[in-house]
Every structure is written in structure tokens, then in C-alpha cells.
Ligand binder design. Structure first.
Ligand code: S3P
Length: 437
């Protein structure tokens, strides 16, 4: 089983770039495939998750060229041009792929079946299937989990749906099905979630009206191909933001990062804790805002994280808990029960990993409470089980900047689902991460 050996370092620093945004890369493939004309994508994330989406679109008859690893030419087949794959579509480890694809395929003329790896086969799908059934889709799950079987050829109607959970995947699945409905579809969010689908649909010429957590999509007659530039993934940057705050000698810079405000809750949370984080060199990548992030060493103080920021930082909590363990006083996270149904139960996985490094954390039904140690090195040597969860593995690699001995991180192969080149980028920042087979 692939693992990392990570040994303590004193400082990190320099300038680095992380790979393209995962959420935007998935969406570029799906919308590019059903647009008319060629969509040219740069900055594409060539990770296992996004390559699974690419393989699924190819299996449904879409021609996609990848002239360089991070560049795509998607020959859109139009909204009604996809063809039955004739086999189950395997979406690997990717929750985003299976949720969004369920919405997209609900509106097609043919039947589909969606499967994935052992983690994906245990993730909740009824949150997506239920609203799609209200639209008229015919979808079966296995006790709420994949395989997902979608019976095509169903006329869909536009609905008004109040989302019970703040989930961009559910919102996006409904919007993608809404492209094929007989009238407008409106989704109301209980809290703001990432809005990449809305932004990209607008880029492709679809009418989307969004105001105060209420998003309506008007079914278009066609989507028009576009050029897309994918910014670097804020969620991948998060690991280095934490490492930089805890151990930059003077400055660590992450370049060209997507700073869509529906993604950057971590900056606000860390700001409340006293972090010195600066966004500079603002620009835009099409519909998405981009900046460089300057990270300076900071003494953090513990806080109760405002619940309104949780959905805006949902993927960053593994990295955040490493920072919280080095903050002065108690940090408490509540309203974050969604962390239990990610690639692993991230509350349990983080608490167990922290305990293995000598840091006690209390798992709450919807969050975590822990007392940090701002001085010295709170983490002992120890062995972490990442439970095959990429973000758990990468978060604990960052703990090495405040560790007293070697941290061994087990089951790390899935880092490739979101961050190809993680070891090399980490080393360029000064971390001592060594992969072992
Ligand atoms: C994503 C939405 C989030 C996030 C996931 C990517 C997306 O999931 O955790 O990594 O691309 O829409 P939920 O919608 O389940 O919160």
C-alpha cells in the first residue's frame, strides 16, 4: 500500500503553483461535451477524478483530445448528441462526477448506470435522486448508494426545490437536469455553496438567474462552445496556506489560485484566527476570479468557526484542523456534519490521526473541538491511516512542519485523484515528503 514518510522541517517558503481546479475541470468536460462546437480548456486538472469524467464522456461518444496534459479540445456533440455507453460508467473516487453526471444523464434519451470505487459505492445518492425524481426522472439506487441506474427517455419538468443540505453537487445535478426540463428550474440553498456551474453555464450562453441563494436555470435550446481557463485549485492551495502560516521563514506564495468567494471560506476563518494572508495580483480567468496568495508566518488563536463559513470551506477542514492544533486555545467547529460523508468520515479520520500524533480532539456529532498548542511542536512521531482519503493524507503531510519526529501516512494512492505532483510541489516548498510503495 502506497504511503508517505514525512520528516520534520523547520521552514517552508518560496513560490509555487498547484494544479488546476477539480470542480471547474469536471464541469468543463460535461458542459463542453453537450455544447455545440469545440471547447478549448487550459489549466485542466489531469487527476484521476477528472480523467474518470473524461473517460465517461468519451464512452458516450464525445471526442476529446488532450494535446498537452493540461489542455483539452472537447468536440461538443450538442445537448442531444450523447450516446449510450453500453456499459456502466466507472467514476472512480469522484463524488462530483457521479452526482453531476446523474443530473446530466437524467435528461438523456438512453439508460445509464454509474459505479465507482469502494469509497464512492458508499456515498449517499438519494440527495440527488430525490429531487431528480420530482422532475420526472427514473432513478434507482442500492439502498441510497451507487450503483445508480437511470432510465432515459423521461420528459423532465422544471421544479422549485429547497435544498435540505448546502451542497453544490446536488444543486449542480438539478441544474444540469434542468437544462432538459420543460420550464425553469429553481433551487434554493440553505447556505451559499460553490457557484462554478452557474458561472460556466452563463459562459456557454445559458440563462441563469441567481440572487440571495435562489438560483434559476432556463432551459436553453443550445449551449455554445467556449474557451475556458481553469485556475489553480484553492483546495489544493489550502495545504500550503496552512504550512506557510505555521512555518514560513518569511513568505510563501501560491500563484494563480482561483479565489471565487464561494470557495475561500478558509481565508476568512484563518483571518479571524489572526493569519497574515494577502491576495495580490488580482485578475480573472474567464468567469472566475484569480489571485496570488501571500502567506506569512502567523501566531493563530483558537475560535468557534462561524457556521456560515463552513460550506465555503468544506473541503479545507482536514488542513484546517492541522492549523487549529497549533493555535492558541480552543477551536470548535460545528454545523459540519457533511464532513462525515466525504471520501471518508473526515471528522473521525482527522481525530484519529491527531490522536496518533498525541493531539486530543473531541469529535462532536457535527464537528470537532480541540485545544491547540501554539508554541513548539505539538505533533509527536506516529502513523496515520488516511482511509484512502486524499485530503486526509495531504493534511497530515503538513503537520511535519510542527512535528517532533517522522510521520508515516498510509494509503496515499488517492492523492492522485486531486493533486498529481503533490510530492514534488511539497518538496519545492521545503517539505520532506518521501513516497514509499
Ligand atoms: C464539489 C462540491 C462539494 C465538495 C466537493 C466538490 C463540487 O461537495 O466537497 O469536493 O465540485 O460541486 P458537496 O456538494 O457534497 O458539498
Amino acid at each position: 500500500m502506497a504511503s508517505y514518510s514525512v520528516t520534520p522541517v523547520d521552514y517552508v517558503g518560496g513560490e509555487l503553483t498547484v494544479p488546476g481546479d477539480k470542480s471547474i475541470s469536471h464541469r468543463s468536460l460535461m458542459l463542453g461535451s453537450i455544447a455545440e462546437g469545440q471547447t478549448h480548456v487550459t489549466g485542466f486538472l489531469a487527476s484521476e477524478d477528472c480523467l474518470a469524467t473524461m473517460a465517461a464522456m468519451k464512452a458516450m461518444g464525445v471526442q476529446i483530445e488532450r494535446p498537452t496534459p493540461t489542455e483539452l479540445r472537447v468536440q461538443g456533440v450538442g445537448m442531444r448528441g450523447l450516446r449510450a455507453a453500453g456499459k456502466p460508467l466507472d467514476l472512480g473516487n469522484s463524488g462530483t462526477a457521479i452526482r453531476l453526471m446523474t443530473g446530466l444523464l437524467a435528461g438523456q434519451a438512453f439508460d445509464s448506470e454509474l459505479v465507482g470505487d469502494s469509497s464512492l459505492m458508499n456515498r449517499p445518492m438519494e440527495r440527488v435522486a430525490k429531487p431528480l425524481r420530482l422532475m420526472g426522472a427514473k432513478i434507482d439506487t442500492r439502498e441510497g448508494k451507487p450503483p445508480v441506474r437511470i432510465q432515459g427517455g423521461q420528459p423532465l419538468r422544471g421544479i422549485h426545490y429547497d435544498l435540505p443540505v448546502a451542497s453544490a453537487q446536488v444543486k449542480s445535478a438539478i441544474m444540469l437536469a434542468g437544462l432538459y426540463a420543460d420550464g425553469a428550474t429553481t433551487v434554493v440553498e440553505p447556505g451559499v455553496t460553490r457557484d462554478h456551474t452557474e458561472r460556466m453555464l452563463l459562459t456557454f450562453g445559458c440563462r441563469v438567474d441567481a440572487a440571495r441563494g435562489r438560483i434559476s436555470v432556463t432551459p436553453p435550446s443550445r449551449l455554445v462552445a467556449s474557451s475556458l481557463e481553469v485556475p489553480a485549485d484553492f483546495s489544493s492551495s489550502a495545504f500550503f496556506i496552512v504550512a506557510g502560516l505555521l512555518a514560513a521563514k518569511d513568505l510563501l506564495v501560491v500563484r494563480g489560485v482561483g479565489i471565487n468567494p464561494t470557495r475561500t471560506g478558509l481565508l476568512d476563518i484563518l483571518g479571524l484566527m489572526g493569519a497574515d494572508l494577502r491576495l495580490v495580483n488580482h485578475r480573472s480567468a474567464g468567469a472566475e476570479p484569480v489571485a496570488d496568495i501571500e502567506i506569512r508566518p502567523s501566531r493563530l488563536k483558537g475560535i468557534h468557526v462561524p457556521e456560515g463559513l463552513v460550506a465555503l470551506a468544506i473541503d479545507e477542514f482536514p488542513a484546517f484542523f492541522i492549523a487549529a492544533a497549533c493555535a492558541d486555545g480552543e477551536t470548535m467547529v460545528t454545523g459540519a456534519e457533511e464532513l462525515r460523508v466525504k471520501e471518508s468520515d473526515r471528522l473521525a479520520a482527522m481525530a484519529n490521526g491527531l490522536a496518533a500524533l498525541g493531539v486530543e480532539a473531541e469529535v462532536l456529532s457535527d464537528g470537532m473541538r480541540l485545544r491547540g498548542q501554539p508554541d513548539g511542536r505539538p505533533f509527536s512521531e506516529g502513523t496515520i491511516d488516511s482511509h484512502g482519503d486524499h485530503r486526509i493524507a495531504m493534511a497530515f503531510a503538513m503537520a511535519s512542519v510542527r512535528a517532533r519526529g517522522e510521520i508515516r501516512i498510509l494509503d496515499v494512492a488517492n492523492v492522485a485523484t486531486s493533486f498529481p505532483g503533490f510530492v514534488e510541489v511539497s518538496r519545492s516548498a521545503g517539505l520532506a515528503v518521501v513516497p514509499t510503495p
